[in-house]
Write a protein that binds this ligand. Structure first.
Ligand SMILES: C[S@@+](CC[C@H](N)C(=O)[O-])C[C@H]1O[C@@H](n2cnc3c(N)ncnc32)[C@H](O)[C@@H]1O
Length: 329
């Protein structure tokens, strides 16, 4: 009995934390629904029947949105879970949170533009590969600093706030090879898989939905090579396919949190460092705390962008800002 209550309480804490730290200020609906879930014994019970990895707020909210559209309020949301428990459960068991945010390219671009060109891009945890096309989007860094790709008139514009230290790019990178590795690559030509990506966008975020659709439309014309595999085992063979006369860049964003325990993340770091590549990581500082420890000042609740293990910027989870920071070493 006590064990059940403890398990419930830990799920409740997860939903409260999601509401307060992630949804607040971004999705009032998801903030409210997550807080209600945290206080609802029946829904917590339902979540308790799932493996821990499948109890995530984003997965439950995404599954309900995918199957039934966004529930407008708590009574609807709760009723859907009560009436379609098995269907929602099945959806959560067969899907994963694979949110692919093209706007993260705006925070990577200042680094990519400074590297010796041309580039060979290899993204681990690529989802649908939308971050593999940073040369195909338009960027607005404010104060008239706008970059547009040639030949992509419908490219989504990615707005990104910068600080005085951010090296705002003046050119787009030249990319001669691009490949992604993912446990479950999403095929941009598969409409059901794209519908899942859309369901993962939070309800009030119409700009993100428009961006996602724009990025998918671009990728459909020339999809990047996506390989099914594990970043812990399949990185080196894919990297070996990159052209030797280009700068190989191995990067990842919002991925290493899914890799644990910690020593597996460190194993990945050793594998990347063994390649002749530039390594860019864009993750919360907790996943590789030794990078966060090199920054000035307290860690921020955003992503930390690092190049070869050296912190360079605090970046918004969804690419809305890139604030350069100095490393202490
Ligand atoms: C939240 S998505 C991020 C997608 C993309 N990097 C972005 O920033 O938009 C995380 C992705 O990492 C993938 N992933 C998680 N663990 C992985 C692993 N061990 N090897 C390869 N891919 C993994 C998931 O399948 C998922 O597509």
């Amino acid at each position: 009995m006590t064990a059940t209550l403890t398990a419930q309480e830990s799920i409740a804490r997860r939903y409260r934390s999601f509401a307060e730290r992630e949804a607040r200020g971004r999705s009032p609906l998801y903030e409210m629904l997550s807080l209600k879930v945290a206080d609802d014994e029946a829904v917590l019970d339902f979540l308790g029947t799932l493996p821990e990895i499948k109890q995530q707020p984003n997965l439950l909210l995404g599954a309900v949105k995918y199957l039934f559209g966004a529930a407008p309020d708590w009574p609807h949301f709760k009723a859907l879970i009560e009436q379609h428990r098995d269907q929602i459960r099945q959806c959560m068991l067969t899907h994963a949170t694979q949110t692919n945010e093209a706007a993260r390219c705006a925070t990577l671009l200042p680094v990519l533009a400074q590297l010796p060109q041309p580039l060979a891009l290899l993204e681990v945890g690529a989802s649908a590969g939308l971050c593999l096309q940073p040369d195909r989007y338009a960027y607005d860094y404010g104060e008239g600093r706008v970059l547009r790709p040639h030949g992509y008139d419908d490219a989504p514009v990615l707005p990104c706030e910068v600080n005085a230290e951010t090296p705002v790019p003046t050119r787009l990178p030249e990319i001669v090879w691009r490949a992604g590795l993912d446990l479950n690559p999403i095929d941009v030509r598969n409409h059901k898989q794209c519908a899942w990506l859309e369901a993962l966008v939070w309800p009030e975020q119409d700009d993100r939905l428009a961006r996602l659709r724009g990025a998918i439309a671009i990728a459909r014309k020339d999809p990047p090579l996506l390989v099914r595999g594990n970043l812990l085992h399949d990185l080196a063979p894919l990297a070996a396919q990159a052209p030797k006369d280009a700068t190989l860049v191995v990067f990842h964003s919002a991925v290493l949190a899914y890799v644990w325990p910690q020593d597996l993340r460190e194993q990945f770091v050793r594998d990347v460092r063994a390649l002749n590549a530039v390594w860019i990581s864009n993750e919360t500082w907790q996943v590789l705390p030794w990078i966060g420890a090199k920054t000035n000042g307290p860690p921020l609740p955003s992503f930390l962008l690092a190049v070869n293990g050296e912190p360079v910027a605090w970046t918004d989870h969804h690419g809305a800002f890139a604030h350069w920071c100095r490393a202490t070493s």
